[in-house]
Design a protein around this ligand. Sequence first.
Ligand code: G3P
Ligand code: CA
Length: 262
Amino acid sequence: NALSGKAANQNGIATIAHRGASGYAPECTLASYRLGVRMGADYIEIDLQQTKDGELIAMHDETVNRTTDGRGKIRNMTLADIKALDAGSWFNDKRPMYAREEYANEKVPTLREIFETFGKDTHYMLETKSPDDNPGLEEKMWALVQEFDLADHIAVQSFSKESLQKIRAWDDNVVLFQLLWYNRHALISDAKLNDIRSYANGVGANFLRIDENFVRKVKAAGLLMFPYTVNYQVNMDKALLWGADGIHTDYPDRLKEVIEEE
Ligand code: G3P
Ligand code: CA
């Protein structure tokens, strides 16, 4: 499959550390990504946003409100504004069980810093967020991937078809995932699958709304199927039984255990 020779373990199942090992450390920080790599994740997942001065940073939301001690929209803030924020104390408050004093020193990382830190030691699942509000995001991401010679170490996912098509036009080989989100029982037509296959290699869909038929249908269309975000081992087992090729999880250590028991 498209992951052969890329990131997948010996069973062919890819472990994706969702926003890093974000169950245990503040999401989208170097601490969280370090832990994900240490836990043996095949990919660290990175949500990309762009600052007012055009720097790419790892952050899920469009504002800094939830995951830092600041307030405001990323696109109205410079990188210097964002670097002044504490990106870890919120986690210590929210998850006292996993709190660590040093998390209070965590800063929001740039994509460049993440590539500098991990280089070719891991694979990167890059997510282009809100491409309409982040003009030029794909170009900047791609330039960094080239600069660090990481084309073989990345996959790109997006809810935006246009964003993925743009990247496909630059490179035939980069592994691309169309993200889908269902708020009711997930069903997918052959036409939709054929369309996705014309520009992407796989589908990411929310685990809670899919079932075995959905997974089989996606795979029968020749696409990889990566459910997100699966945090309980009983559900990881189920996703693997259905034939998932990879799983996004906040707890990569739990998934590694399940895969080893298979
Ligand atoms: O990994 C899939 C997942 O990241 C998509 O949803 O909201 O966590 O970015 P979200
Ligand atoms: Ca994401």
